[in-house]
Design a protein around this ligand. Structure first.
Ligand code: ZN
Ligand code: ZN
Length: 295
């Protein structure tokens, strides 16, 4: 299975950001201008409990978006909803369960993304208990320094969840609030048939995207026996899975553009994924993918 079609373009997007409609530091117009100037093809403004509506800002598509949140003992659960219709807020309430929030986003035609699971101190059990998530944020820029306690990268907890059988797709997002460095830093690259709401949502459903802080992935190929990556020149390519140790899973050098990982079927390896690093240690991530042990 090859994830991407070399003849099709990628669309760059940020599906999690705030404005003065809730606790963000820029107005929606200022935020849209900033992202459009940054070369983004689509965004979703996701203010807390205040949904945005679909619109075009020049050539940039703004998907409907909202963020809803719930408190559990020892953790919080924040869900970003994108692409849904206007009826959601008549139905979704803070005192419902997070699962109800996810269900209602899906029923209203949207997609639900688990936001910043490490910042939220989510347990793998909590992550795994949610049904109907389109993705989870492997990286949430504002969860790091200087705004937060360095909990941006949730790959560890999401690996643990995947090893327990809860394999989610991974996005990266800015969760922009301050607009002083976290903006335009973490994003997804989506290969959609069209830059439309339907096109982006279909690509999310099909897993035709990757998360990044800069590095570019060109192709992801999963065969019966291998995970094969092509990328723009990178400093490190790393393959991770549910097996704690596999020899030769890290490739380092100058200008790496290709790497292959042999799936450890004899050891019943259950999922595999890849991360590509640039010289400044910024990553791009594929989603974890089930091996034939799962399929
Ligand atoms: Zn949040
Ligand atoms: Zn947020």
């Amino acid at each position: 299975m090859r994830l991407f079609d070399p003849s099709k373009p990628f669309y760059k997007g940020n599906l999690h950001m705030h404005t003065t409609v809730s606790d963000g530091q820029r107005t929606p117009d200022e935020a849209m201008d900033l992202y459009q100037r940054g070369g983004y093809d689509f965004i979703a403004i996701t203010d807390h409990w205040k949904p945005s509506t679909e619109r075009w800002h020049g050539s940039m598509l703004c998907l409907p978006g909202v963020e809803i949140d719930y408190n559990l003992p020892g953790q919080v659960i924040h869900i970003v909803g994108v692409g849904m219709g206007a009826g959601l807020m008549d139905r979704v309430k803070p005192r419902q369960s997070a699962q109800t929030g996810v269900d209602l986003i899906n029923e209203e035609g949207g997609r639900a993304i688990l936001a910043h699971p490490l910042w939220s101190l989510n347990t793998p059990e909590a992550v795994g208990s949610l049904r109907g998530l389109a993705a989870a944020e492997v990286y949430n820029a504002v969860s790091s320094f200087p705004w937060n306690a360095g909990r941006a990268d949730a790959s560890g907890i999401l690996d643990v969840a995947a090893a327990q059988g809860h394999i989610l797709r991974w996005t990266a997002a800015d969760d922009t609030h301050f607009y002083n460095g976290e903006d335009r830093s973490a994003f997804i690259q989506v290969q959609a048939d069209s830059l439309t709401r339907e096109g982006i949502l279909a690509a999310l459903d099909g897993g035709r995207f990757y998360a990044s802080r800069g590095p570019k992935i060109l192709q992801v190929e999963l065969t019966e026996d291998r995970l094969i990556i092509d990328c723009e020149p990178a400093a490190r390519i790393m393959f991770a899975s549910d097996l704690p140790y596999v020899a030769g899973r890290v490739f380092e050098g100058e200008g790496l553009t290709h790497a292959e990982y042999i799936i450890q079927h004899k050891r019943r390896e259950r999922f595999v994924r890849c991360a590509v690093y640039d010289g400044e240690d910024r990553q791009a991530w594929t989603s974890p993918m089930p091996t034939r042990v799962y399929r």
